[in-house]
Write a protein that binds this ligand. Structure first.
Ligand code: 1CP
Length: 361
């Protein structure tokens, strides 16, 4: 791997991934996978066991950089995503966050306006700086042609965990809180917008080439609440990032947005939209034909079903072809429609990458 190759030359390397985020169509399209570092890889499980807890892994720049690089070494993806988690933000704000083996995240749930008032923005600096050490290490360790994606959760999605105390199928606690106490909920969202912009801004200064905002639970809101809690905060984040880091590309991933996806693109100002598995290919094609005010084309990213990557075989090959064909000639980044699942056979990932790049198999 080309260590420090970027600093060795004064010419910025061509990162195909960033060309597409700039609105170009490339053949073959760049490819990376959400959750590409993770439990499906034996080398990840090894490092994870050594790290102790999941948060310990996130807060160890050496180990976090190592697991970020693992899928790049194996598959040569066009982009690496910082290994971390969207729940670093509540943790850094002082809300208790734990990851329970085999169960997932558990947070000391916020139940009142008073709990929200206790969140401590000033406390975030120390933890964010540790994460940014991982980013800096990655930018120097990655091959120069590999883009580095920084990320955070969108305010709505992070709030669903902060109020629910855990993942839930319907995000009922956060939705109810937002209906019953819109002012307090609005203050929580304002805090999350501010802190998340700072966090992404620090990742960009440390070397991230672009950022992705994960709104995994965007699909649980009716359209007026979608506008208020998904589009509004994301739009403010994109504007703030644009004013601090002109030209930095932002990918939005409003999972489950459905027919609201085009409105999300139009109103938030994102450069690219991540499409989930349920997005029809025709709709993804339409999104990749939209244009951004004052700048180039919108890129679309997605949207293979992660379970097809588990099943593999001809069904996988067929769908990969369909997606490539549908997105031909448009600014498109090949990805899954949601994160890779732990049951995924690593060989299927190699097969997918080869097919996307036209290398047969
Ligand atoms: O034991 C383990 O190894 C824990 C599994 C795991 C991993 C690998 C968690 C716990 N988080 C992560 C890393 C992670 N999470 C990354 C970086 C790795 C990469 O992409 O290669 C990213 C971008 C995330 C983002 C994330 N975390 C999201 C948004 C994307 C999505 O999948 O919808 C969400 C919702 C989370 C919360 C979270 N963290 C972990 C779990 C199991 C969950 C989901 C919990 C739930 O809803 O029940």
């Amino acid at each position: 791997m080309g260590r420090n190759a970027e600093t060795a030359t004064s010419v910025a390397p061509a990162r195909r991934f960033l060309q597409v985020l700039g609105g170009q169509a490339l053949d073959p399209p760049p490819v990376w996978l959400m959750r590409q570092a993770g439990r499906y890889l034996p080398e990840y499980r090894e490092v994870r066991a050594k790290a102790g807890g999941f948060l310990d892994l996130c807060y160890s720049p050496d180990l976090a950089a190592e697991v970020t690089l693992q899928p790049i070494r194996r598959y040569g993806f066009d982009a690496a995503i910082l290994f971390s988690d969207i729940l670093i933000v509540p943790d850094a704000l002082g809300q208790g966050v734990r990851f329970v083996e085999g169960e997932g995240p558990r947070l000391d749930a916020l139940t009142s306006a008073a709990d929200i008032a206790k969140l401590d923005q000033a406390a975030t600096a120390k933890k964010f700086s540790i994460i940014c050490e991982t980013v800096a290490r990655l930018r120097s360790d990655l091959p120069p042609e590999t883009a580095l994606i920084g990320f955070c959760g969108a305010p709505w999605t992070v709030a669903t965990y902060m109020i629910g105390g855990r993942g839930s199928p319907d995000q009922a606690k956060a939705r109810l809180f937002a209906y019953r106490e819109p002012e307090a909920f609005g203050r929580l969202m304002d805090t999350l917008v501010d802190v998340s912009v700072d966090y992404l801004s620090q990742q960009i200064l440390a070397g991230a080439d672009c950022v992705q905002i994960f709104d995994s639970w965007a699909g649980s809101l009716p359209d007026d609440e979608f506008a208020r809690w998904v589009i509004g905060p994301t739009k403010r984040m994109v504007a703030a990032l644009e004013s601090r880091h002109q030209g930095i590309p932002v990918i939005g991933f409003p999972r489950g947005a459905g027919v609201n996806a085009a409105r999300y693109v139009r109103e938030t100002g994102v450069n690219a939209i991540g499409c989930d598995t349920a997005e029809p290919l025709g709709a993804m094609r339409n999104l990749a034909q939209m244009r951004r005010k004052g700048s180039g084309a919108i890129a679309a990213q997605g949207n293979l079903d992660p379970l097809l990557l588990v099943s593999g075989g001809e069904a996988l090959d067929r769908r990969v072809e369909e997606i490539l064909e549908a997105m031909d000639g448009l600014p498109f980044i090949f990805n899954l429609g949601h994160g890779i699942v732990p049951e995924t056979p690593p060989d299927n990932v190699a097969r997918l990458v080869a097919r996307v790049r036209g290398n047969g198999v």
